[in-house]
Write a protein that binds this ligand. Structure first.
Ligand SMILES: [Zn+2]
Length: 403
């Protein structure tokens, strides 16, 4: 595997500027286009699965993070408190859960609404030490694919199973190949909330969800509020990190005094399931760049079609085809300068999945000749058919370049 930092520079996906700050990379247009497609895909996958999306601010009042337990248990992993005045202090949030707990209790809830799945692709901050920062794999400003599923205790098993299914679907579309499942448990020497009964109950629920799957147990890797299932990946250097996670939390619902009206008219406390299907956009792309060597599946390739007129006489027809591609929702560019061979080579080096060549013969017949980035050449086909084929591959989130 190639280091994503080098490829990120070569393919102009992101830019690390000392003036922006260590761990604060900037997404360049090509990287942003790919990320945008991935975000849209995940949002739609979640929407289909009954998630509701919200926006919440990346900072909040100190009292919110005192209530959530973050300042008591997690302060070492947070930026120092921002102080406007003695009674006006703010925290750059290290997690989205406190805001989503506020979404839950913005009004009364009934058992009929559960599981209530609140999702957000949201910003959060961690003061990683500058020595460990590099590229996208460890950053200080994190864009997390996050959700909090509030459910009744008896719904937890089915909810976790459904989340595991969604994770598998997302991994298959993106080309993520997990290295394994991990059950992350409490360990000695760390601070954890809650009592043994709560932890045992949560652990047993997760063990059940994992039954039949190969997994390892890792002491000391739990969140401070509960155990979790982590899905691990390996980077190019063989280092392991977590890409997807499912965490059970009995603690925050109590801290925020969350409740719902149950079917007998009484008040019950929901369980909070924290989950991320694909982790942060930063770590996800660090991984995707390496595992695909920059050659993303067509649906999130920064440029999907490079249109290449053989000579100036084909320029108008090429431009018309490019416009048709863009109108069909594809990202297409026209490159007219240089020899055709050189342009096909550059398109492949830039990992553009499809080069559409238009020579005199193709234009006369209303056709284009597709050249794939892996060197394959497709027989010339009618321009609308080529466009329909590519748009179909993109819409299907296929990993293949041909049907
Ligand atoms: Zn959370």
């Amino acid at each position: 595997m190639v280091d994503h930092r080098r490829l990120g520079r070569e393919l102009e996906l992101f830019h690390a500027d000392p003036l922006s700050g260590a761990g604060l990379p900037i997404w360049l247009p090509a990287g942003a286009a790919a990320r945008h497609s991935v975000e849209e895909y995940v949002r739609e996958l979640e929407r289909q699965a009954g998630y509701q999306h919200v926006y919440s601010p990346p900072l909040g009042k100190r009292e919110l993070f005192e209530l959530s337990g973050h300042l008591g248990y997690f302060a070492d992993d947070m930026f120092p408190v921002l102080r406007l005045s003695a009674d006006d202090e703010f925290v750059l949030r290290p997690a989205l859960c406190p805001h989503h707990a506020l979404v839950y209790r913005a009004r009364g809830r009934s058992y009929r609404e559960l599981p209530l799945r609140i999702a957000e692709l949201g910003g959060m901050y961690r003061p990683e030490r500058s020595g460990v920062l590099g590229g996208l794999s460890r950053v200080r400003a994190i864009s997390l694919n996050d959700a909090h599923n509030f459910c009744a205790v008896e719904q937890v098993g089915a909810e976790v199973a459904e989340i595991l299914d969604l994770i598998r679907t997302a991994h298959a579309a993106l080309g993520v190949r997990p290295a394994g499942f991990r059950l992350s448990l409490r360990g000695p020497g760390e601070k954890y909330v809650g009592d043994d009964e709560m932890w045992n109950r949560a652990e047993n629920l997760l063990r059940e969800a994992l039954s039949g799957l190969p997994y390892v147990e890792a002491a000391g890797e739990a969140a401070f509020y509960g155990p979790k299932i982590d899905i691990q990946i390996l980077d190019g250097a063989g280092r392991e990190s977590t890409i997807s996670t499912i965490q059970l939390d009995f603690d925050k619902p109590a801290r925020f005094d969350l409740s719902y009206t149950d079917s007998s008219g009484g008040r019950s406390r929901p369980v909070m399931v924290h989950r991320s299907l694909v982790g942060s956009m930063e770590r996800l792309f660090a991984y995707l760049i390496e595992v695909h060597s920059g050659a993303f599946p067509a649906w999130y390739a920064p440029v999907q079609v490079q249109v290449l007129p053989v000579g100036p006489e084909q320029f108008d027809a090429a431009e018309a085809f490019r416009r048709d591609c863009v109108r069909a929702g594809l990202r297409a560019e026209l490159v007219g300068d240089g020899s055709l061979g050189a342009r096909v080579r550059v398109a492949a080096q830039r990992r553009v999945p499809y080069a559409a060549v238009l020579g005199a013969r193709e234009v006369a017949a209303g056709q284009v000749a597709l050249r794939l980035r892996d060197g394959r050449a497709v027989e010339p086909m009618a321009a609308p058919d080529a466009l329909r084929m590519i748009a179909g591959i993109v819409a299907a989130h296929s990993a293949e370049l041909l049907p």
